[in-house]
Every structure is written in structure tokens, then in C-alpha cells.
Design a protein around this ligand. Structure first.
Ligand SMILES: NC(=O)c1ccc[n+]([C@@H]2O[C@H](COP(=O)([O-])OP(=O)(O)OC[C@H]3O[C@@H](n4cnc5c(N)ncnc54)[C@H](OP(=O)(O)O)[C@@H]3O)[C@@H](O)[C@H]2O)c1
Length: 135
């Protein structure tokens, strides 16, 4: 929670103590960055023209929800996937160097310890990113 506050959050909900979906019509935007919620369970918590953003989930379902909500619903579903493009990585590099985005690095492993790195990530509690050092 302290980490999230250090990124600029004014108010933090502890998911182990409170289910954010119980507050109906409360949020303008819900952005699920870890894939632990669903649009169906969260939409009632959005304000009338609210947006549910995600970067996870099944592609076909995401496309369907994007199209369906854009045509039929006030509360919209929006998703985005990262792309393995050099320009995108260079843009991220520039934004990080300019301090516009603040990457959070939890742990760094050398390439030889890839197995340990995966084990750590698969525990599902990493804070931000785990980096593999290749050189
Ligand atoms: N769109 C894309 O291009 C893209 C790219 C990369 C990854 N992804 C997807 O993004 C998802 C997240 O991946 P990840 O590996 O970064 O994260 P992760 O390791 O699954 O998430 C770890 C973090 O999530 C928190 N967390 C766990 N359960 C939570 C809950 N119910 N509510 C709120 N926070 C919770 C943990 O906090 P605690 O330690 O306090 O429990 C920890 O900080 C995956 O589904 C992955 O497939 C998408």
C-alpha cells in the first residue's frame, strides 16, 4: 500500500480486506493491471459513463466486450496489449529517463537464475517488475 501511495495514489483499498466492487456507481475508471477482476463483476461499481480498463484476459472475449460496450453500453470496456516493437521500447525508455513514468523494479536476476526468477514471479506477489540481466 505504501508503494502505491508513493506513486501518487490519494487513497488505497486493501483488496484482502475490502471488495471494491461492493461500492456501486463510485468510480469513473477501474484499471485492472493484474487481471484479478472482471468487467461483469465490476461494471456496477462504475459511474454511468465509466470505463473499465484492462491489460489482461482472453483476446476474443476482450474484443467482443470492446465492440459490444462501444455500441450498446454506457459503461465501456477498453483493453490494450503491449507490443514487442523497438519503437515502443525506445518510447518507454525516453519516458522513464524523463521521469514521466516511474518503473518499479522489485528484483533483478542474472540470466543463469531464470528459473528462480520465474518461481518468484509465479508466486503472484511481485511488486512491479522482475528484471533479467542478460550481459
Ligand atoms: N497486456 C499486456 O501486454 C500484458 C503484458 C504483461 C502482462 N500482462 C498480464 O498482466 C497480468 C499481471 O501480470 P503480472 O505478472 O505483472 O502481475 P502479478 O505478478 O500477477 O501481480 C502481482 C501483484 O498483484 C497484486 N495482487 C494480487 N491479487 C490482487 C488482487 N486481487 N487485487 C489487487 N492486486 C492484487 C499483488 O499484491 P500482493 O503481493 O499484495 O498480493 C502483487 O503486487 C497477467 O495476467 C499478465 O498476463 C499483460
Amino acid at each position: 500500500m505504501e508503494l502505491v501511495k508513493s506513486l501518487g495514489a490519494h487513497w488505497v483499498i486493501d483488496y484482502t480486506k475490502e471488495d471494491f466492487t461492493r461500492k456501486k456507481g463510485s468510480y469513473e475508471i477501474i484499471f485492472d493491471t493484474v487481471g484479478k477482476s472482471s468487467f461483469s463483476k465490476s461494471k456496477a461499481s462504475l459511474k454511468k459513463n465509466g470505463r473499465y480498463l484492462t491489460s489482461t484476459g482472453k483476446m476474443m472475449k476482450n474484443y467482443f466486450l470492446t465492440i459490444w460496450t462501444s455500441l450498446m453500453a454506457r459503461r465501456k470496456f477498453i483493453f490494450a496489449m503491449s507490443v514487442d516493437k523497438v519503437e515502443s521500447l525506445n518510447l518507454l525508455k525516453k519516458l522513464a529517463e524523463a521521469g514521466i513514468i516511474k518503473p518499479i523494479i522489485d528484483r533483478t536476476y542474472p540470466l543463469e537464475e531464470m528459473v528462480e526468477a520465474h518461481r518468484y514471479v509465479e508466486m503472484g506477489h511481485k511488486k512491479g517488475n522482475v528484471v533479467i540481466r542478460v550481459n
